[in-house]
Design a protein around this ligand. Structure first.
Ligand SMILES: [Zn+2]
Ligand SMILES: [Zn+2]
Length: 181
């Protein structure tokens, strides 16, 4: 009997990101992995908050998730949050993965913003969350950024770039993934 590898999911800060759990679970199953969903909320403190930018620091959030994950003796992990997160060299991030710690964090904050300028009419918030969750899970499994703009593994820093993606991996990334199993 063979068992599928589990990807553990934790809510970060509060449960708000779990509103999109079906998309997050679909993104894990997309790689033939099994979602292991925890309801143990990972709390954040003022240490992880940047008051000037009014955002939480993704790199410090990853450390918090890693500590809980380690004490729970879990493996590859995706934290999900609805708060706005950023990295020192970026205005914000949709998500970040630390491949050494095998921890990713996804923020739904910017993916759920709907404005007339951004709304393409063809891409839903749910699809955005599926694609960006699948992007971070792809990193957890060892995939790197892809130059193909329609591929899930292409780097997105705007909603337009997320919407330009298709909910699939390009052939190149699919081939790479086979070598990583
Ligand atoms: Zn990435
Ligand atoms: Zn690709």
């Amino acid at each position: 009997m063979s068992f599928r590898e589990k990807i553990t999911v934790y809510p970060v800060y509060n449960m708000d990101g779990y509103k999109f759990m079906s998309q997050i679970e679909a993104a894990i199953k997309f790689y033939d992995r099994e979602p292991d969903v925890s309801v143990n909320v990972i709390p954040l403190s003022s240490k992880e908050y940047d008051g000037l930018r009014r955002q939480f620091k993704a790199d410090l959030i990853i450390e918090k998730i890693a500590a809980v994950r380690d004490s729970d003796r879990k493996g590859k992990t995706l934290g999900v949050t609805a708060i706005d997160i950023s990295m020192p060299n970026m205005n914000f991030v949709f998500g970040v993965t630390n491949t050494v710690k095998k921890v990713a964090v996804l923020s739904t904050a910017r993916l759920t913003v709907i404005s007339r300028e951004l709304f393409t009419g063809t891409r839903t918030v749910e699809e955005r969350i599926f694609k960006e969750s699948a992007h971070e899970v792809g990193h957890l499994l060892g995939l790197t950024h892809c130059p193909e703009s329609t591929c899930i593994m292409s780097f997105a820093n705007t909603i337009k770039q997320v919407d330009d993606k298709l909910p699939i991996l390009c052939n190149n990334c699919r081939e790479k993934l086979k070598g990583l199993r």
